[in-house]
Design a protein around this ligand. Structure first.
Ligand SMILES: Cc1cc2nc3c(=O)[nH]c(=O)nc-3n(C[C@H](O)[C@H](O)[C@H](O)COP(=O)(O)OP(=O)(O)OC[C@H]3O[C@@H](n4cnc5c(N)ncnc54)[C@H](O)[C@@H]3O)c2cc1C
Length: 436
């Protein structure tokens, strides 16, 4: 028996059913909020002591928002939730027979287990791309992009040859989903409003931005109309968009791209990878239950097949049906709704003996912002773009972000930025060192 398996969490014992939740993302926190003051004991385990608001990470990456505007400390979030205990730990494995969760600080037993571990960047097996590019999936990634970008601009102003300079000032984003499109638009705004002021030694035309997308359109999960409008906005912002193109390799300088007409290359020291995610699987789940995209197969109550008291919610869960053969999209709306529905169902199961109602996804639409005052939004049958789309996007994100202080900070920053870019925070707080 190793040390990990020998040390039980120090938590107060009581007679309430013990629900262990792994992950304080959108799914985990919305599940727990519904259990506040209910006769259950909730133990939340997350490797970080904060909840992060991923939709605004790109704004941290381009110095538009301070990192602490998009993260909320877990203990603060649940300060009034007295039946919830938090432990900062990384879960290593679970044993569904013994009903134990093993972490890097010890183990804990459970009556009910909720896996809400979300997803991480998928490099599709390319070791080089993983090593040399930067993902955009966590606050750490966002700070790394910010540092790397500013470090490279600082290097570009000082005594390097033209080839090196071009590589340092060329920014390539891979992935034409909302994260990639938003990142590209934000970089274009940085170029337009900040480059000239802060880096007068770098010519405006020297900073190049390129977005690479493997499909034949950007924003493929949105309407054709949204894709068309978004493409036009990006091109107006002087962003080169390569469609039907897949990045195959990257050595830190040369990006190898497979296009419909053959292989081509781009030289860039800045590769931002937003081309896909995969579920954060924890050891102890039967391989047969893990489906494409590394997600766990669940039934309509988010219960894992064959496991009466183990559930998965959010990005990690694949609720496969004839209507959704690949499961629901890996977006915040699904995670939030699954968290709330499971809380109601589990309480009913514990206290009445039956689940209340199966999960039904209410799709409220999707949107992406591009640059300072532009967005595209598909709201069921209504399509919005331009300033109105952007205002709606801003409002939705503002009400969704956790904590009043964060809402205030973000609103203040956006208002300042709307009229000028003075409030940007181009700081290299800690240097990013890429693997070599
Ligand atoms: C850049 C970006 C932009 C996005 N924009 C949008 C958007 O505009 N709209 C939208 O709807 N969706 C958006 N999404 C998707 C959305 O953020 C996710 O669908 C959502 O975060 C999923 O929530 P979750 O709770 O399942 O997982 P997450 O929010 O990823 O949370 C998982 C949690 O589990 C913890 N964890 C993982 N493994 C372990 C472990 N082994 N031990 C302990 N803790 C662990 C993590 O630390 C994390 O706190 C975006 C995502 C990204 C990356």
């Amino acid at each position: 028996m190793n040390e990990l398996e020998d040390r039980h969490f120090c938590i107060p014992d009581n007679n309430y059913p013990k629900i262990v939740v792994i992950g304080a993302g959108f799914a985990g926190i919305n599940f727990i909020k519904r259990l506040k003051d209910k006769p259950v004991q909730v133990i939340l385990i997350d490797q970080n002591n904060y909840h992060q608001f991923q939709p605004l990470l790109y704004q941290v990456a381009i110095s538009g928002l301070e990192p602490d505007s998009v993260v909320t400390p877990i203990r603060k979030l649940f300060s009034s939730c007295i039946n919830m205990i938090y432990r900062m730990a990384k879960v290593e494995k679970i044993d569904t027979k013994k009903q134990y969760v093993y972490t890097d600080i010890g183990y804990i037993n459970y009556d009910y287990l909720v896996i809400a571990t979300g997803s991480s960047t998928n490099y599709y097996g390319s070791i080089n791309i993983e090593k040399f590019s930067i993902g955009l999936k966590s606050i750490n990634d966002a700070i790394n992009i910010r540092s790397w970008m500013l470090q490279n601009l600082e290097r570009a102003v000082e005594g390097c040859n033209i080839v090196e300079k071009t590589s340092l000032t060329t920014f390539v984003i891979v992935g034409g989903g909302p994260a990639g499109v938003e990142m590209a638009g934000a970089l274009a705004e940085f170029k337009k409003y900040l480059l000239g002021n802060d880096y007068p030694e770098i010519e405006y035309s020297a900073m190049k931005i390129c977005l690479i997308q493997s499909a034949d359109r950007i924003l493929p999960t949105m309407s054709e109309n949204a894709s068309k409008h978004a493409l036009k906005i990006l091109e107006n912002l002087d962003i080169k968009v390569l469609l039907n193109s897949s990045v195959k390799d990257y050595d830190g300088e040369i990006i190898t791209i497979e296009t419909q007409t053959g292989i081509s290359t781009i030289q860039s020291n800045n590769l931002i990878w937003t081309a896909g995610v995969k579920g954060n699987i924890i050891k102890g789940i039967d391989d047969k239950l893990i489906v494409a995209g590394a997600r766990i197969k669940v039934n309509e109550y988010n219960q894992i097949e064959g496991l009466e008291n183990v559930f998965a919610i959010g990005d990690i869960a694949a609720m496969i049906s004839s209507k959704n053969p690949k499961g629901h999209p890996m977006v915040a709306q699904v995670a939030i709704q699954q968290g709330k529905t499971l809380a109601n169902n589990l309480l009913a199961k514990i206290h009445i003996g039956n689940f209340k109602a199966p999960f039904k996804f209410k799709d409220k639409g999707s949107m992406a912002t591009i640059g300072k005052k532009n967005a595209v939004a598909d709201l069921n049958s209504i399509f919005l773009n331009g300033r109105i789309g952007w205002l709606l996007w801003s409002f939705i994100h503002l009400i969704s972000i956790t904590g009043f202080k964060n809402k205030f900070k973000v609103a203040f920053n956006w208002t300042m930025k709307y009229f000028s870019y003075e409030k940007a925070n181009q700081l290299i707080i800690r240097k990013y060192r890429r693997s070599s």
